[in-house]
Design a protein around this ligand. Structure first.
Ligand SMILES: [Zn+2]
Length: 510
C-alpha cells in the first residue's frame, strides 16, 4: 500500500466496487460504473479517434468521492485535464498508475495501452516558436508610434547554451510616460501544448493596434493605459508540442542521458514554480511528473523573467494568464481554500469575464489546491487583480484545429477589453460596463451586476462619478445621436446601476 494515496481508513476502495477497471478498449464506455453512479450524468469522455504514443504516461478517468480524495490525486502528481463531479481525467505516470492499482482506486483507462498517452496534432495554422518573433516584429513595425516588441528574458535552453529563445512581449501604448499610466499584462502559453493560448494574446494585440485611431474606446485605452502582451512564456516546450508531443513543462533537464520513457516528461511545470506559497500542495516534487514544481521557487529562467518584469512594473494593476482547456475563469487563491480579501471584486470581475463564453467562474482552489501558480504570485506578492482563463472543451483538448480560434477569440475578446478598461479604475468593477455596439453605447452587467439606470458623460477626460452631464438611458443603452465631440476633447460615458454602483468610464467619441 503506497502511503501517498492511502489513509487511516483506506483509500477510495471502501464503498466503490474495489475492482480496478483496466485494459478497456477504446470502444468500451470510458466512465466506470462506479463513477457514473456517483457523478450522475457527466457525459462520456472519450479519446476515440486519437493517436497514442509511448511516453510512459497513461490517460485515465479516476473516480473520487470527496474533494480530499481528488486533492490526494493531484498532490501525487496527476496531470489534470478535466475535473467533473465524481470523476477527474488526465494523465498519470507509471509510478502513479501502479499506486492507483495497489490502492484499489477505481479508474478507467482512456489510453488503449499502459504507458501510451495521446499524440497531439499540430495544425500549421498555429504560431510556432520559430514563427512568433517575426510575426510580432512585423505587426509592431506597422504601428511604431504605439507598439514595441520587448525582450524580457530567456528560455531555459537559451540560458544553458542549447539554442532556445528570447521571451518577447508587445508593449502597447501611446506617449513617453507609459510607466505613469495604469498597466495591465496578458500572458500566454505557460504550458507548451496549450496552443490556442498563444493565439488569443496575438489577436488581442492585433485588435488594439488595428483599432487605434478608428474605434474610440480602443484608441483611448491605448492612449491612457500601459499594455503588455506576452504570447509565449514557454518557447522551448512549444517546440516539442509542434512535433506532436503532449508537452506541458519547459525542457529543463539535469540528466544527460534521457531515456525514451523520460523523454515525454522531463522539465519543470512553469505554473507550479512561482515563489508565493511555492510547494504548498497540488504540485509534485518528482521531476518525472507533469506538475513538477522545480528544485526551488523561481528555479526556472522563464518564471524569473516574469517575476522580474512584474516586480519592476508597479503600475500594473491586472494580470491575465491564458491556459487551456475546460472553459473556466479562475482567480486566487490556488494554494488555499480560503477566500482572498478581494474575493468580492475578483469574483464579480471573473463572472463577467465568464459570461460571453458561458465559462464556469470560480476561485482556482474550488477545483483543487495548486501552488506556485502565476496568479497567486501576482496577487499575493504584488497585489494585482489576477485571473486565469482555461479555453476550450474536452473535445477541443489541447490541440483543436486552428479554425476553432475564431470561436475562442469571440468568447474572450470582450473580457480582455473589459480588463483593460478596469485597469484604470478597478473599483468600477461593481458597476455596468460600457461597450460600443452599432452606434450605441450598451451598458452590460453581464447578469452579474445590476442593469444601468443612470448615465453621464464627460468632455476632455473622464471625470469622477457624479460629476458629468446626465444623459437619457433607453433600455440598457444610450443613443449616440446628439452626443457629438465638441472640439474640446474626447467624450466619455459612465453608467450606474440601481444599487448606486458606477462602472468604468469609456471613450465614446474621439
Ligand atoms: Zn495550462
Amino acid at each position: 500500500m503506497n502511503k501517498r494515496l492511502s489513509t487511516a481508513s483506506g483509500w477510495l476502495a471502501a464503498t466503490l466496487t474495489g475492482a480496478v477497471a483496466v485494459g478497456c478498449s477504446l470502444s468500451t464506455p470510458v466512465i466506470a460504473p462506479g463513477a457514473s453512479q456517483i457523478a450522475g450524468n457527466v457525459g462520456t469522455l472519450s479519446l476515440q479517434g486519437r493517436r497514442f504514443v509511448q511516453t510512459g504516461e497513461t490517460a485515465v478517468s479516476i473516480s473520487y468521492r470527496s474533494k480530499a480524495e481528488l486533492q490526494k490525486l493531484v498532490d501525487a502528481g496527476l496531470d489534470v485535464w478535466m475535473v467533473q463531479p465524481g470523476t477527474v481525467s488526465g494523465a498519470v505516470s507509471r509510478q502513479l498508475l501502479n499506486e492507483l492499482k495497489e490502492n484499489g482506486v477505481t479508474f478507467t483507462m482512456l489510453s488503449p495501452t499502459e504507458g501510451y498517452s495521446i499524440r497531439s496534432t499540430f495544425d500549421r495554422g498555429y504560431q510556432t516558436t520559430a514563427s512568433l518573433p517575426g510575426t510580432m516584429w512585423a505587426l509592431a513595425a506597422k504601428y511604431p508610434a504605439i507598439c514595441k516588441v520587448e525582450d524580457f528574458g530567456d528560455s531555459w535552453e537559451k540560458t544553458t547554451g542549447k539554442g532556445g529563445s528570447d521571451l518577447l512581449m508587445f508593449h502597447i501604448g501611446a506617449g513617453n510616460n507609459k510607466a505613469q499610466k495604469p498597466g495591465i499584462v496578458f500572458f500566454g502559453n505557460h504550458h507548451a501544448r496549450e496552443l490556442v493560448t498563444v493565439e488569443i494574446p496575438l489577436r488581442l494585440a492585433t485588435l488594439l493596434l488595428e483599432g487605434y485611431g478608428k474605434d474610440p474606446a480602443i484608441t483611448d485605452l491605448v492612449d491612457t493605459r500601459d499594455i503588455y502582451i506576452a504570447p509565449m512564456i514557454n518557447p522551448d516546450g512549444h517546440v516539442h508540442a509542434e512535433k506532436g508531443e503532449s508537452w506541458r513543462k519547459n525542457t529543463h533537464s539535469d540528466k544527460a542521458d534521457v531515456t525514451v520513457e523520460d523523454r515525454g516528461y522531463f522539465g519543470t511545470d512553469l505554473n507550479r514554480n512561482y515563489g508565493f506559497k511555492w510547494a504548498s500542495g497540488g504540485a509534485s516534487s518528482n521531476p518525472t511528473d507533469e506538475t513538477y514544481m522545480g528544485k526551488s521557487a523561481f528555479s526556472e529562467p522563464e518564471t524569473q523573467a516574469v517575476r522580474d518584469f512584474m516586480v519592476s512594473h508597479k503600475n500594473i494593476k491586472i494580470m491575465m494568464s491564458y491556459h487551456s482547456f475546460s472553459n473556466l475563469i479562475l482567480w486566487p487563491w490556488g494554494w488555499s481554500n480560503s477566500p482572498t480579501p478581494d474575493a468580492d471584486k475578483l469574483s464579480t470581475i471573473g463572472k463577467k469575464l465568464a459570461a460571453p463564453g458561458k465559462y464556469t467562474p470560480e476561485q482556482a482552489s474550488d477545483l483543487y489546491v495548486a501552488s506556485g501558480i502565476t496568479d497567486d504570485f501576482t496577487y499575493g506578492q504584488l497585489g494585482m487583480l489576477s485571473f486565469t482563463t482555461e479555453i476550450g472543451t474536452w473535445n477541443d483538448h489541447f490541440d483543436p484545429p486552428y479554425s476553432r480560434v475564431d470561436k475562442f477569440w469571440g468568447e474572450n475578446k470582450d473580457g480582455a477589453l473589459y480588463l483593460i478598461k478596469l485597469a484604470g479604475e478597478t473599483n468600477a468593477a461593481f458597476g455596468p460596463e460600457p461597450r460600443l455596439e452599432n452606434g450605441k453605447v450598451v451598458f452590460d452587467g453581464h447578469g452579474v451586476t445590476g442593469k444601468v439606470t443612470e448615465v453621464e458623460t464627460y468632455v476632455g477626460k473622464p471625470g469622477a462619478p457624479g460629476t458629468g452631464t446626465k444623459v437619457a438611458v433607453k433600455g440598457e443603452s444610450i443613443d449616440l445621436t446628439g452626443i457629438e465631440a465638441t472640439g474640446k476633447g474626447r467624450v466619455y460615458a459612465r453608467g450606474r446601476d440601481a444599487n448606486g454602483n458606477w462602472g468604468p468610464a469609456m471613450a465614446i467619441r474621439l
